[in-house]
Structures are given as C-alpha cells and as structure tokens.
Design a protein around this ligand. Structure first.
Ligand code: NDP
Length: 287
C-alpha cells in the first residue's frame, strides 16, 4: 500500500458574521498553486463572547494560524501569548501564528493597505489624510500612514468609545511625527479641500449591507483627491460609485485583501504565493 499523509494543516478566519468572508477562495487557490495539498482554510463564525475559547482551541487542534476579522481584532489582543511590535502599536490582531503552542498576534492589514497605495503610485509622505472609522482596520491603517510620514490625519468616528480613539491618537503622537485630529462623526462630513487621501476604514457597505455608504458630503470631494476603500465584498461599493461618478482616482479593498492574505500565507507556510492567481480566484468567486 502506498504511504499517504492525510493530516490536515489548518488555518482559517474567525469572524461574526463570517459567511461573507472570501478569504477561503484566495487562500486555497494559493495553497493549490504552491502544491500544499493538505492545507485547509476554514471560515468559522465565532460569537463575540467566545473568542477566548476559540483561540484556545487553536492550540488543542494544532492550527498553524488564524485570521481575525470583524469584530474580533481588538479583543484578540487579550488571548495571544505574544504580540508583534506592529500589533502592539496598532492594538489589534488580524493574524495569529501558532509556533508549537505559542500564539503570536500579528497585524498585516495596514501593510496590505500600504502595498495597495504604492501600487496606485500614492506616497502618503507629507499628505493630509481623512480616515473614516476607528476600528481595527482604521487603527492599522493610521499607524502605517503615520509611520510612512503622513503630515496630518483626521479620524472620524461615531462618538461611542472615546477611550479607544484617544488611545490611538496618543499612540500616533508618541511614536510618529504626524498631526492628528479626532472629529466626532454626527452629520454628513465635508471633506476639507486640502485633503489628499480619503480612506473608508469603516465596515459600511460590507455584504450584506451593500446599499449603505458613509455619511459624508460627496459634493465636497475635490477632483485631486485619491480615495481608498477597505471593503472587499462587494468590490464596487456605493461609496466608490459616488467617487467614481465624480471622476476621482480610487481603489477598492480587494487589492488590500490580496496583499494581506499573501503576507499571512508567507507567515504560515514560509512560501510566497502568486498574487495574480489569488486575485483571479477572487474575481471569479465574486462575479
Ligand atoms: P471594526 O468593527 O473594528 O471597526 C468598524 C468601524 O466602522 C468602527 O469604527 C465603526 O464605528 C465603524 N462603523 C460601522 N458602521 C458605521 C456607521 N454606520 N457609521 C459610522 N461608522 C461606522 O472592524 P474592522 O476595522 O476590523 O473592519 C472594518 C472594515 O474593513 C470591514 O468591512 C472589513 O471587511 C474591512 N477590512 C478589509 C480588509 C482588506 O484587506 N480589504 C482588511 C481588514 C478589514 P463604531 O466603533 O462607532 O461602531
């Protein structure tokens, strides 16, 4: 009888909801192309109160790692054994790596975002930037933008958890030279005319809420503005429709998603996946 290895190497994503997360499509396409036939990416719905139990389960079942998405990224910090320097600064974890039962929390969201910006020839150095939202993705993006030399970041968020936003602002001010403002988001926000980059880092527009768009005054968008959405599903959100209709340059959350997924695969497997192939698989799945 031929000797076989049927043991699965497990990775995946914890989210809530999780069903709309297209990570499995991208990751398994990459595994196939890398010849990793026993690697499996599981999409797992974890209730917010159960994240600690779920993360402990990673050790028991010898998962190689997991992604954390909405709403688990900030909470996940509590349950890992170690944090990378980036995740410490950001205060959120989107990727966990399991090395012999030691769980390290990493954050590749901001890095994926920055690679997407570069691919659009946008250098954030000395730029004025408006970031909508202050959740896990927004924190990662703000930290990376500030470390890349952004001049001024304005953060907009519904005034709920003031402590969380204050923590982010203090982190940025202590560790970088950026100027930061926090504005409570109550009415349709007019984007200041000297803004260079606008980022939607909220979950507004994410499937299934595909008709929602951020509450901003779309007529205030200057023609020179560059716009980046974080929403990967759908790729073309009502927010981007407004932006596109005004002839502005923009990029969806898809590029960022592929970039961060590729970084995660390298952390888990040590191999570099083909991003074009991952993009093709995602496009086919979302069509
Ligand atoms: P969080 O839940 O941590 O943060 C969501 C943010 O959106 C919060 O600031 C929240 O405000 C804000 N928000 C939600 N609804 C509204 C609303 N109606 N009006 C104003 N603000 C709102 O999620 P994440 O930061 O982890 O993720 C945010 C989005 O980014 C998700 O859609 C996710 O899919 C996407 N993402 C995409 C990635 C990619 O690679 N393309 C990578 C990471 C994330 P409040 O706290 O006040 O509720």
């Amino acid at each position: 009888m031929k000797e076989q290895d049927y043991l699965d190497h497990l990775v995946g994503v914890f989210g809530h909801p999780a069903a709309e997360n297209p990570g499995v499509v991208i990751q398994e396409a990459a595994f196939r192309s890398l010849g990793l036939r026993n690697w499996r990416f599981l999409t797992i719905d974890v209730d917010p109160g159960k994240l600690g139990d779920a993360i402990l389960g990673l050790k028991a079942m010898k998962f190689r790692g997991i992604n954390c998405t909405v709403p688990h990224k900030i909470e996940a910090v509590k349950y890992v054994d170690k944090l990378s320097p980036g995740a410490t600064l950001i205060g959120a974890v989107n990727t966990i790596v399991n090395d012999g039962s030691v769980l390290t929390g990493e954050n590749t969201d901001g890095k994926g975002f920055m690679i997407a910006l570069q691919s659009a020839d946008m250098d954030p150095a000395e730029k004025n930037i408006v970031v909508l939202g202050a959740g896990g993705a927004a924190r990662a993006i703000c930290v990376e933008l500030a470390m890349a030399g952004a001049r001024h970041i304005t953060i907009l968020n519904i005034p709920k958890d003031q402590g969380l936003v204050e923590g982010l602002i203090q982190t940025l001010l202590r560790n970088t030279k950026v100027k930061v403002d926090y504005l409570p988001w109550v009415d349709a926000f007019k984007i200041p005319p000297d803004t260079d980059i606008l980022v939607n880092a909220t979950s507004i527009g994410l499937y299934p809420n595909v008709y929602d768009k951020p509450n901003i005054d779309y007529d205030s968008l200057a023609p020179s503005l560059y716009v980046q959405d974080v929403i990967p599903n759908p790729a073309f959100t009502p927010f981007l429709e407004e932006v596109d209709r005004r002839g502005l340059r923009w990029q969806s959350g898809v590029q960022m998603l592929i970039n961060q997924a590729a970084l995660n695969i390298t952390m888990w497997t040590g191999l570099e996946p083909d991003k074009a192939l991952m993009m093709k698989a995602l496009k086919e799945a979302l069509e």
